[in-house]
Design a protein around this ligand. Structure first.
Ligand SMILES: NC(=O)c1ccc[n+]([C@@H]2O[C@H](COP(=O)([O-])OP(=O)(O)OC[C@H]3O[C@@H](n4cnc5c(N)ncnc54)[C@H](O)[C@@H]3O)[C@@H](O)[C@H]2O)c1
Ligand SMILES: [Zn+2]
Ligand SMILES: [Zn+2]
Length: 377
């Protein structure tokens, strides 16, 4: 089959690789029909992770079941399914409690497994024609017939919508509250969208990419361009000097200033300033325990100079980590089915798999108008 293979920093190729096959009776084989490029793929693309060369990338996958193992009961050939980016077993201590992003079985010695991702186990990704799904009955989310028209909505259930939603859950967003979201990439846009769905009265979105801020404005967020002045001061102005009730971090450790210089602590310390005393912060932007390519020794050791004193003084709370996609994907699917949500609003490009290398280059450069790429293998 054809697949997108990682060969080194900014080197990805579409090439022939062996077809995946059913390896265990609990596996399901999916013919991929939509697979997104994610901001998380860019950390690998830029050579900022230890992902192995030869890996097939792609963790935001949707497709049609073409084969099921002998022990698969629920999922049938022909079902249209969306796959959470995390691979869970369903029976470990964490999966049982809903923390499928931290499965203890699928990647022994590490809490969490995913398709096509650094440190997340030996699983190939779905930027390919076919994908092997372990524990298919547990991991496949079945989709209703309107997937025929809403495929670009449903594919957002694989990662970024549940991830944006997770940020609002970690921040405990309540109806009527004000929320500030750092980062207007796909994840930040989905966090802003989710905050609105959860009843926030005011959603403030911080970035410096005009195209992304404009999309945020379309869904009702107040855009703040931090290249035009301090974002913190503007958030304080918009919230009567108090700060937003809740904050979401949707950038991660590669946060940079508008000139492009990286400061891994930038968004976290801004959030401590921009969220009111006793508020809460949900962190879904990725932070890593080591980064040999980081800007200084601390960053290289995965450390961040965090304003813990101010955080403590304000009585702030914080939650962080990979999104447990399965905790939300069913309910969010039903919002799409009911016509109450259309997360596909952020899709800017639908391209064949063969165009993936160019799409990576454009998305990595955050070129104007490249908000979200859906590949159609
Ligand atoms: N926790 C999870 O489960 C999970 C899942 C998916 C993605 N992620 C992570 O979420 C983060 C965002 O993903 P994405 O797909 O939206 O990526 P992206 O890179 O497309 O978007 C990041 C955005 O942040 C902006 N930005 C950079 N520095 C900033 C700063 N200091 N202040 C404000 N904005 C700033 C950029 O301009 C960009 O628009 C990444 O770290 C990604 O790895 C986490
Ligand atoms: Zn992703
Ligand atoms: Zn598990």
């Amino acid at each position: 089959m054809k697949a997108l293979v990682y060969h080194g920093p900014r080197q990805v190729n579409v090439e022939e690789v062996p077809d995946p096959r059913i390896e265990r009776p609990t596996d399901v084989l999916v013919k991929v029909t939509s697979t997104n490029i994610c901001g998380s793929d860019l950390h690998m693309y830029e050579g900022r992770t230890d992902v192995e060369r030869g890996k097939v990338l792609g963790h935001e996958n949707l497709g049609e079941v073409v084969e099921v193992g002998a022990a698969v009961d629920r999922v049938k050939v022909g079902d249209r399914v969306c796959l959470p980016f995390n691979i869970g077993c369903g029976f470990c201590k964490n999966c049982e409690r809903g923390f499928t992003g931290f499965c203890l079985s699928m990647n022994p010695g590490f809490a969490g497994a995913a398709y096509g991702y650094a440190s997340m186990g030996p699983y190939n990704g779905g930027q390919a024609e076919y994908l092997r799904v372990p524990y298919g009955d547990f991991n496949c989310l079945r989709l209703p017939p309107d997937v025929a028209e809403k495929e670009n909505d449903y594919v957002m259930l694989s990662d970024i919508w549940p991830t944006g939603y997770h940020a609002t859950v970690l921040a405990d967003v309540q109806p009527g509250e004000s929320v500030v979201v750092y980062g207007a990439g796909p994840v930040g846009l989905m966090a802003a969208y989710s905050a609105t769905l959860r009843g926030a009265s005011k959603v403030i979105l911080v970035d410096r990419r005009p195209d992304r801020l404009a999309l945020g404005e379309k869904i009702g967020a107040i855009p703040i361009d931090d290249s035009q002045g301090s974002a913190v001061e503007q958030v304080l102005d918009l919230t009567g000097g108090e700060g937003a009730d809740k904050g979401c971090e949707c950038v991660g450790w590669q946060a940079h200033d508008p000139t492009g210089d990286e400061h891994p602590n930038m968004t976290m310390n801004d959030l401590v300033k921009a969220v009111r005393a006793t508020g809460a912060i949900g962190v879904v932007g990725v932070f890593v325990p080591q980064d040999p390519g980081g800007p200084d020794t601390m960053a290289q050791q995965g450390r961040v100079a965090f304003d813990l004193g101010a955080f403590f003084q304000k009585g702030l709370r914080m939650g962080s980590g990979q999104a447990n996609v399965k905790a939300y994907n069913r309910q969010l699917r039903d919002l799409i089915a009911a016509g109450r949500a259309t997360p596909s609003f952020l899709v800017s490009h639908e391209l064949p798999l063969t165009d993936a290398p160019q799409a990576y280059a454009h998305f990595d450069a955050r070129d104007d108008g490249w908000t979200k790429v859906v590949l159609k293998p």
